[in-house]
Design a protein around this ligand. Structure first.
Ligand code: DIG
Ligand code: MN
Ligand code: MN
Length: 389
């Protein structure tokens, strides 16, 4: 039998060209790896067992490419997809590298930059649609400030809303059928980035003209940078039907954006995330927006990519065991037991229910004395993860 931790297409593991193609440049050092072409990266991803590949426009087509060069690049890329069977579930726009975007794209104070950002995004949406992408991610890496003297945050939100409304209309008119997925990050590269968390994005989506087209793309590292529980952000998005995509990686709290291999830093939170995605039947891509350590060559990059997928599958098996574990499930049944005594008191509002609730005599002492056995439950979870159950 094929190893149960080997990736298969049905697992929907995807990587961006910019992840396995990351050449190791950082703010304090030059690149450590030679660049690979998009075609070479597609074959590398096929070799490690990925299902799909995603890209920013300029990961695939350089910003100064001629239309003839663009056509050749896209033709070669399509051939590599055909040869390997990889698909393109998601596309996005690079609105953060070029100096033109140094003060933002959609929220820039310069209307020429705001207009250019719309043009660049429409062209990138065309490219993504040509390659079959159905999810379009918006990460506003430069949509922020270093000083709030420079930009009115209300005006910035209005500009962001206007741009997204415009681009929703464009997708509708073109018949692209895109689901827009907004990706939050609290800071870096800007001192502060607008719409800093997935929760902020969920509130903002409801103010758009086509909220039904727009969801979120939560990233582990970004919610961790904000000191938040990633599972709770994902659960809130899921509960609202807005989990359109997800960026999996890992990240220490309070650090710069580390984009570590999935599960490389906090296995327990990674386990609860995988358990959630599998328990609810999430059908989207498991996209690893991460990159290998700067110490690695391309064999190490493949180790990184294999590690992301293998850890996900191992944790998926741990989640199955958690759901089958008699002692764990027995404790959960005890914890969630309901003797029915509150049935008449809890539920939708009615004057009669409110009256009864106000008159009910609670024994606070009894309520406070309950021994919930969470220590035992968590220890069993840890022992499951440590492989001793
Ligand atoms: C960084 O976390 C961002 C960019 O890489 C990209 O726009 C998005 C796509 O997943 N993630
Ligand atoms: Mn990141
Ligand atoms: Mn990301």
């Amino acid at each position: 039998m094929a190893n149960e931790y080997e990736p298969r297409p049905e697992h929907k593991f995807t990587f961006g060209l910019w992840t396995v193609g990351n050449i190791g440049r950082d703010p304090f050092g030059e690149p450590v790896r030679q660049p690979l072409s998009p075609v070479e990266l597609v074959h590398l991803l096929a070799e490690v067992g990925a299902y799909g590949v995603n890209f920013h426009d300029n990961d695939l087509v350089p910003i100064d490419a001629t239309s003839a060069e663009r056509d050749r690049i896209v033709r070669d890329f399509k051939r590599a997809l055909q040869e390997t069977g990889l698909v393109v579930p998601m596309a996005t726009t690079n609105l953060f590298t070029d100096p033109a975007f140094k003060d933002g794209a959609f929220t820039s104070n310069d209307p020429r930059v705001r207009a250019y950002a719309l043009q660049k995004t429409m062209r990138s949406m065309d490219l993504g649609a040509e390659l079959g992408a159905k999810v379009y991610v918006f990460w506003g890496g430069r949509e922020g400030v270093e000083t709030d003297a420079a930009k009115d945050p209300v005006e910035a939100l209005k500009r962001m809303r206007e741009a997204l409304n415009f681009l929703c209309e464009y997708s509708i008119e073109q018949g692209y059928g895109y689901k827009f997925a907004l990706e939050a990050k609290p800071n870096e590269p800007r001192g502060d980035i607008y719409l800093a968390t997935t929760g902020a994005m969920l509130g903002f989506i409801e103010t758009l003209d086509h909220p039904e087209m727009v969801g979120v793309n939560p990233e582990v590292a970004h919610e961790h940078m904000a000191g938040l529980n990633f599972l709770h952000a994902v659960a809130q998005a899921w509960e609202r039907g807005k989990l359109f995509h997800i960026d999996l990686n890992d990240q220490a709290f309070g650090r710069y954006d580390q984009d570590f291999r999935f599960g490389a830093h906090n296995l327990k939170s990674a386990f609860f995330l995988v358990k959630f995605l599998e328990d609810v039947g999430y059908q989207g891509s498991r996209h690893f927006d991460a990159h290998a350590y700067r110490t690695e060559g391309y064999e190490g990059v493949k180790d990184f990519a294999r590690g992301c997928m293998r850890t996900y599958l191992i944790l998926k098996e741990k989640a199955r065991r958690f759901n089958q574990d008699q002692e764990i499930q027995g404790l959960l049944a005890e914890i969630n037991a309901d003797d029915g005594s509150m049935t008449g008191l809890l539920g939708p509002y009615s004057r009669e229910r409110a009256t009864r609730l106000k008159e009910y005599q609670f024994d606070r002492g009894t309520l406070g004395r309950r021994d919930l056995r969470y220590e035992r439950l968590d220890q069993l979870t840890v022992e499951l993860l440590l492989g001793v159950r």
